[in-house]
Design a protein around this ligand. Structure first.
Ligand SMILES: NC(=O)C1=CN([C@@H]2O[C@H](COP(=O)(O)OP(=O)(O)OC[C@H]3O[C@@H](n4cnc5c(N)ncnc54)[C@H](O)[C@@H]3O)[C@@H](O)[C@H]2O)C=CC1
Ligand SMILES: O=C(O)C1=N[C@H](C(=O)O)C[C@H](O)C1
Length: 268
């Protein structure tokens, strides 16, 4: 195991005499699951011991002795998977989206009697996306207008994206802390078609685009008198998420309890 936060996906820390960390992947046949299995297989300090997808026996991960489970499944099944892992004393690294405060509180409750088990839930493992969220949070109080556009492949099951929802919440919270209204400074009252101004996440409009050819992209547009600032992140390939996923897999056993986002792992 390493605490090295170096993020090159192909870089494998020297293992010496250290035992391998056993990893199980849930959603192993999905777009992200396939990529995670490849990344774990390529890491010399990790061992892929179980690949589970819909219809497979979930106990496979426990039977195979997984110490860490990585979940990239669906918002409607992920809570059951996390509950199972906690019950089995297996650490959990979760990329699946769809978490609100209530679900996070439920997981924290499940973890109470299990002080050694770690669950990390990150709406985005891409380093650039994490930085985009941080930059948006920093910029929010300087601009009266802020809107978010997220753009994804058409197979995505949820909208808005978990990343966009979290970005909006972080922006709204930064604005509240500065004594500002959540934004935007434009009205929705004259909209002739419902939805024309996007979804409202804590007062921040979020617009979702689904387009063949895209992978995962987000823009935060901020406006003030006579100027705009556009922050944009693009994941052109799912490989972009793997350094963050592997970092979390390597660190989770040293981080018991619930962690949201990989910011703290990156020293942010
Ligand atoms: N946090 C991050 O950085 C990222 C998060 N995601 C999120 O990850 C999730 C999965 O995304 P994709 O891989 O694109 O979806 P996908 O639809 O390609 O894959 C999901 C897989 O989960 C499987 N599955 C469904 N129910 C299951 C169950 N009960 N047990 C085990 N496997 C089950 C499906 O059969 C499928 O193979 C989504 O919520 C997405 O938003 C995606 C990319 C990056
Ligand atoms: O489904 C995806 O593809 C992605 N999902 C995550 C999200 O909803 O934010 C992360 C990234 O945007 C890719």
């Amino acid at each position: 195991m390493t605490t090295d936060s170096s993020l090159a996906p192909t870089e494998t820390p020297a293992t010496g005499e250290q035992p391998l960390t056993s990893v199980g992947v849930l959603g192993a046949r999905g777009r992200m699951g396939v990529e995670v299995c490849t990344a774990v297989n390529a890491a010399e300090d990790l061992e892929l011991v179980a690949m589970v997808d819909d219809g497979d026996w979930l106990f496979n991960v426990a039977d195979a002795g997984a110490q860490v489970v990585v979940d990239f499944t669906r918002p409607d099944v992920v809570m059951d998977n996390i509950r199972f892992c906690i019950d089995q004393n297996i650490h959990c690294v979760v990329g699946t989206t769809g978490f609100d405060d209530q679900k996070l509180a439920t997981i924290a409750g499940w973890l109470e009697p299990k002080p050694d088990v770690g669950v990390l839930i990150a709406p985005n493992f891409g380093i650039g996306a994490v930085l985009l969220m941080r930059f948006a949070q920093e910029a929010a109080r300087f601009f009266p207008s802020v809107e978010i556009v997220e753009l994804h492949h058409p197979g995505k099951v949820d909208a808005p994206s978990g990343t966009a929802a979290r970005t909006a919440r972080l922006v709204a919270s930064a604005r509240r802390a500065a004594g500002l209204p959540p934004g935007p400074d434009a009205t929705r009252e004259a909209d002739s078609l419902p939805g024309a101004r996007g979804a409202d996440v804590e007062g921040v409009p979020v617009h979702s685009i689904r387009l063949t050819g895209l992978v995962a992209h987000e823009e935060v547009l901020l406006g003030a008198a006579g100027e705009t600032l556009t922050l944009r992140h693009d994941s052109f390939d799912r490989a972009s998420f793997m350094p963050g996923v592997l970092l979390a897999v390597r660190q989770i056993s040293g981080r018991p309890g619930l962690t949201v986002g990989i910011e703290s792992l990156l020293g942010l």
